[in-house]
Write a protein that binds this ligand. Structure first.
Ligand code: PLP
Length: 387
């Protein structure tokens, strides 16, 4: 019979995708389901970006691109990041940047420290690359942030990477320059550790954002910055992300990429170039729209008994503590609660366990106001009736 390779034996399709698919099935059965499960802006891709893609296709930019990215796009990303093009790789989404980095560097059993809550794919990508995720719980009382002491306590001789995500999916936490400095001081004492700073929500910030590299320039020769157009420019389907890091690492990641995709879609790269070099006013407009939604969602969640929702500083997720609901409603776990909410009220949200921090749930607010209003009202009614 069929047998999975051991490197993926423990992996499942992401719980986020599973929930979104279950919501779609219920909807196809005629149920009225509102899903807040997916981390995808509801805005359209900007028109000038779509037009650039069309023009690129008509101009014959339809051949295999260079493995590490088109010269034009790498140069543009290098200019924005104040590095040379050799320090840039363009991949099929930020997700592939992460996978390239892990496959290019991890030996079996190498450890990767990830503060929880973390984006679901971090642990799975590390596992797929035969590394060991080292999950460090960062509770709500600590702003969901990694402290220097917790970092220090989890370092071993086998630690290969620290994965840091600011602004964070799912918590919205943004590290201040002082907080980054404090972590950098620990890392300076452990030169065997590399830093993967995932800054894909850079432009979705409601407090000032500071890049890890800008705050810790002395660690640049072991820092990989990950970014992309999916979130800020509403380009999730175009599948373009990039990594900025030391040339040797980038070259090794290119070796992996060359055998997996041969490089990212040439037309999507032309579109990305237009996104990065065209007018940037849309970033402010979308940030303001998200901030208004954030305020509405946090207010509505905190009005539901048993739910305690801190204000996220960035990204587009609320990550409330739902332990009060679990206790009062007799739910066995956050997953039990989320399953009930979908079946009973037709609302899809993702249990905290998918992010390595149970007792919470993630609700994306990258949805329209009518959807948010209707969904939150329904969620409130269902929870209030149960507890
Ligand atoms: N990093 C984080 C923290 C994310 O939330 C996501 C998408 O959900 C990604 C990376 C991957 O983005 P992309 O669409 O560029 O693969």
């Amino acid at each position: 019979g069929f047998k999975r390779a051991s490197r993926i034996a423990s992996l499942e399709i992401s719980e986020i995708v599973q929930l979104a698919e279950r919501a779609a099935v219920l909807r196809a059965e005629g149920r009225d389901v509102i899903s807040f499960a997916t981390g995808e802006p509801d805005f359209p891709t900007p028109l000038h970006v779509v037009e650039a893609a069309h023009a690129a296709a008509l101009a014959g930019k339809t051949r295999y691109p260079a493995t590490l990215g088109t010269a034009e796009l790498r140069a543009a990303i290098a200019a924005i990041n104040d590095v040379t093009a050799k320090e840039v790789i363009v991949s099929t989404g930020a997700k592939q940047v992460l996978a390239n980095a892990m496959l290019a560097t991890l030996e079996p059993g190498d450890e990767v420290i990830m503060p929880a809550p973390y984006w679901t794919s971090y642990s799975d990508i590390v596992s797929m690359a035969e590394g060991s995720p080292v999950v460090v719980a960062c509770p709500m009382a600590e702003g969901f942030k990694l402290s220097p002491a917790a970092l220090e306590a989890n370092i071993t001789p086998r630690t290969r990477w620290l994965m840091l995500n600011s602004p964070s999916n799912p918590s919205g936490a943004i590290y201040s320059p002082e907080e980054i400095r404090a972590l950098a001081d620990v890392l300076a004492r452990h030169p065997h550790i590399w830093i993967l700073a995932d800054e894909i929500y850079e432009h979705l910030n409601f407090v000032p954002f500071h890049s890890f590299k800008a705050c810790a320039p002395e660690l640049a020769e072991r820092t990989l910055i990950v970014n992309g157009v999916s979130k800020a420019y509403s380009m999730t389907g175009w599948r373009i992300g990039w990594g900025v890091g030391p040339a040797e690492l980038i070259k090794a990641m290119g070796t992996v990429q060359g055998q997996i995709t041969s490089g990212a879609c040439s037309i999507a790269q032309a579109a990305t170039l237009a996104a990065l070099t065209g007018g940037q006013a849309l970033l402010d407009e979308r940030r303001s729209a998200m901030r208004a939604r954030r305020d509405k969602v946090v207010r509505a969640l905190n009005a539901i008994p048993g739910i305690d929702c801190p204000v996220p500083d960035g990204a587009f997720y609320a990550f409330p503590n739902v332990e009060g609901v679990l206790k009062a409603g007799g739910f066995a776990s956050d997953a039990d609660f989320c399953g009930w909410l979908l079946d009973k009220a037709g609302i899809a949200i993702v249990p905290g366990r998918a992010f390595g921090l149970p007792g919470h749930a993630r609700l994306s607010f990258a949805y329209s106001d009518p959807e948010l209003d209707a969904g939150l009202a329904r969620m409130s009614a269902a929870v209030t009736a149960r507890i």
